[in-house]
Design a protein around this ligand. Structure first.
Ligand code: ZN
Length: 199
């Protein structure tokens, strides 16, 4: 197998995979969607919400805000030493307090994570206030679509040279999305091999 014609532009990466087949490349595509982890807001506790939107709608909007993810720092909660209780290795808290103006994703303040894009959330009228604490955790796409790291697809031409494309939403770099998928695939195959050897 060879990789050729790698092209990177902003959050997009594409390359040709030679001497492979669609089933293998599609397995990698599915692993990107289902198993490459990124951070996303999972719980929002409101102390004030005078806006026209229900708590649930605002929480849903915050859940879709892309958060810069350092995979060397964070672990999946089920693999963390806190045994799923939640700690600073698997989750991070963000605070927000805004009054009398439009609320943006950049109003979320945290020491542990950066916001990728400044996105509008809700417009507050005079005397209206929004105050909350959000908790983001590392998760995977098979749990919720907010944890999918980007768009991934493949095409192939008449000579069956498969082109693999990744467009990151900004949480992690497209190359890291691909290398993470390869590492997860490798881990799954080793677990499968170990299981078979016990038969
Ligand atoms: Zn933990």
């Amino acid at each position: 197998m060879k990789i050729q014609d790698m092209q990177k532009k902003e959050n997009k990466l594409s390359f040709k995979i030679i001497d492979s087949d669609i089933s293998f490349v599609n397995a990698l595509r599915r692993i990107v969607i289902e198993s490459v982890p990124v951070l996303a807001i999972d719980i929002v506790e409101f102390s004030k919400n005078d806006s026209v939107l229900y708590d649930e709608i605002i929480a849903h909007r915050f859940g879709l805000v892309p958060l810069k993810t350092d995979l060397k720092t964070f672990k999946l909660r089920e693999e963390c030493s806190c045994n799923g209780k939640g700690c600073n290795k698997c989750s991070v808290k963000l605070k927000l307090s805004v009054k009398d103006r439009e609320v943006f994703s950049s109003d979320l303040k945290s020491k542990g994570v950066d916001i990728v894009y400044d996105m509008p959330i809700v417009n507050l009228m005079p005397e209206q206030e929004l105050e909350l604490v959000a908790e983001a955790k590392l998760g995977v796409g098979k749990e919720h679509v907010k944890f999918v790291p980007g768009l991934v697809w493949h095409t192939y031409d008449t000579e069956n040279e498969i082109t693999f494309n990744i467009e990151s939403w900004g949480q992690i770099e497209p190359k890291e999305i691909f290398t993470s998928a390869v590492n997860i695939f490798d881990k799954k195959l080793k677990e499968f091999d170990k299981a078979i050897s016990k038969l």
